[in-house]
Design a protein around this ligand. Structure first.
Ligand SMILES: NC(=O)c1ccc[n+]([C@@H]2O[C@H](COP(=O)([O-])OP(=O)(O)OC[C@H]3O[C@@H](n4cnc5c(N)ncnc54)[C@H](O)[C@@H]3O)[C@@H](O)[C@H]2O)c1
Length: 275
């Protein structure tokens, strides 16, 4: 998608740091913006900062509920028209803690918002994009969706799920002309990041307090998202400092590929895709 003037961009978690950054960046390019959030007050504050041409609207949405998504879609389509770009960005973290300390309902809530919320968004807006043969979906994962670290297992699991969903969906939708991109933020200024940095202890605390002074400003992530949609790029990486960790992890995975576990097994027979 090359031209954004007048396009309708629907951003979940639009009242949060990164969602607001994405909103500002699309508004800079003349798009119309819908900030969807479970917290209206945050979204109203961000909407007030956008230029008049963005015709910013706030919609109350709980990404966990398909009914809530349905009501949001009906409202947008009645008032503005079809959504051109969907940013499934709402997400929560449950702070740094060992997985043993994550309660079952806490795990379920994290998955419901971070993973089912993305599925619900796709389910709501994808059919009309496919029918029109145009549109773009941007899903927010995390660097923790590429290189997990201890004390963040549940969150990492949710963000790996976003990557898997997005990669597969990108392949599925390619023939229809609908693009899919995944955003992998590193530490970025937002309420979530401030809270996580504040809650860390010991070595984590020292490391995070040091990084805290240098959190990336969300507008730059937003501008990277706009460029990725413009060029239909699959991955949006904004924090290059995580590269070495990812390379090391990929090398460890590749090193585990060797001879088939079963002697005489014909390799390739079960691969669905050979490149
Ligand atoms: N800030 C970072 O350093 C960082 C790093 C990696 C990934 N991320 C991801 O970026 C995304 C945005 O996070 P952020 O850092 O801007 O945090 P944030 O807390 O500022 O914003 C998240 C927004 O999502 C909203 N939200 C929460 N639950 C919701 C629900 N059920 N339905 C609708 N909205 C809901 C919140 O009200 C909030 O406004 C998240 O998916 C997060 O996991 C953030």
């Amino acid at each position: 998608m090359r031209e954004f003037t007048g396009k309708i961009v629907f951003i979940t978690g639009g009242g949060g740091g990164i969602g607001a950054g994405i909103a500002q960046a699309f508004a800079e390019r003349g798009a119309r913006i819908i900030l969807a959030d479970i917290q209206n007050t945050f979204a109203e504050e961000e909407a007030a900062k956008l230029p008049a041409a963005a015709e910013a609207q706030v919609i109350t949405l709980d990404v966990r509920s398909l009914e809530s998504w349905s009501a949001a879609r009906e409202k947008v389509e009645r008032q503005l028209g079809a959504v051109d770009i969907l940013c499934n960005n709402a997400g929560i973290s449950n702070g740094f803690k060992p997985l043993a300390d994550v309660a079952p309902d806490e795990f379920d809530r994290l998955m419901a918002i971070n993973v089912t919320g993305v599925y619900n968004g796709v389910r709501t807006f994808m059919p009309s994009m496919v029918a029109r043969g145009s549109g773009h979906i941007v899903n927010t994962s995390s660097m923790n969706g590429l290189t997990p670290f201890g004390s963040f297992a549940a969150y990492s699991a949710s963000k790996f799920a976003v990557l898997g969903l997005s990669d597969a969906l990108r392949e599925e939708l390619a023939p229809s002309g609908v693009g899919v991109s995944t955003l992998f933020p590193g530490l970025t200024r937002s309420r979530m990041a401030e809270k996580d940095a504040g809650g860390a202890t010991g070595q984590d605390e020292k490391r995070l307090l040091a990084i805290r002074a240098n959190m990336m400003e969300p507008i730059w992530l937003g501008r990277a998202v706009v460029r990725a949609v413009e060029n239909d790029e699959p991955y949006i990486i904004t924090h290059p400092e995580y590269r070495a960790g990812l390379v090391a992890r990929q090398e460890r995975i590749l090193a585990a590929f060797g001879e088939p576990a079963q002697p005489g097994y014909k390799t390739g027979s079960s691969a669905t895709k050979v490149e």
